[in-house]
Design a protein. Sequence first.
Length: 271
Amino acid sequence: MSVSFDFSGKTVFISGGTSGINLGIGEGFAAAGAKVFVISRSQDKVDAAVASIKAAGAEAADGLSADVRDHDAVKAAFQACAERFGEIDVLISGAAGNFPAKANQISSNGFRAVLEIDVLGTHHVMTAAYPHLKKPGASVINISAPQAVVPMVAQVHVCAAKAGVDMITKVLALEWGPEGIRINSVIPGPIEDTEGMRRLAPSEDGMERVRHTVPLRRNGQAVDIARMCMFLSSEEASYVSGVIVPVDGAWYLGGVGTALEATLKDLETHK
Ligand code: COA
Ligand code: NAP
């Protein structure tokens, strides 16, 4: 991955950093010379991600398995990161859960699972990170989704969850700003080759239809999101905090609402 940023000597912690977009962000910071620490539930995924982040050029990489719903496990991961790599310059909170289902088909447990991973998990990551964040100077980024701002059928749980994540971003920008911590949300558009899009548009045809709903007429790559995270974490963005940044080819301006029609037809067929 070619990047024009320099994060040599900086420590980057990524929750959910073991696959898809968040792994791409880790590889981006790695190519810029950072030390990268990742967590997710599966130790196998952690091991594989650490290897690919090292291969991408990281000064060092490490990780632990931890479920963001378990506050103690998340605290232990931050402690391990601090012992290994010192204080955190960049925190990316990206762990999330999603499945397409209409509200009537979502059980209490299904709704709770997504809310607990996305909203409670983000709160756990923020509060466990806080003692280890560089003050002043840390950059925190929550990975949100278009569902936070555009209502989408079959996504009531994710819409509620990601809107909550963006409110955490805004409240912490107020609370942590005086200590020199900046916090922003990044909203990825439809990103190719990710679990999220495999769930929402499970065929090549589906992804092609989604592409036509994006004003720039292309689906995104993880590197598009990595570059925005590096910009927001750089000196160039030192006065930017509390904002929600779509990186989506202008998808959120309209296309999002219709993008999942093919998936919806499948849901209707199978209900
Ligand atoms: N439609 C309706 N309900 C669903 C569902 C679907 N497609 N998939 C899961 N659920 C429900 C389950 O039935 C269960 O409810 P129940 O106990 O009432 O039956 C509930 O969700 C929890 O499922 P479970 O598999 O036990 O939860 P988990 O905590 O192991 O996993 C998920 C959480 C469901 C979000 C799972 O999809 C996951 O781990 N996702 C992480 C990866 C991901 O979603 N990536 C995409 C980008 S965010
Ligand atoms: P992904 O590969 O499934 O990424 C999710 C990551 O979170 C994985 O590393 C997963 O690893 C981890 N995770 C899930 N539940 C967890 C938990 N309870 N505790 C700790 N880690 C957990 O999906 P993705 O599509 O790349 O999505 C990444 C982020 O981008 C998400 O925040 C998503 O909402 C957002 N997003 C994606 C798209 C898209 O086009 N894909 C668009 C907009 C927004 P384990 O399974 O090992 O836990």
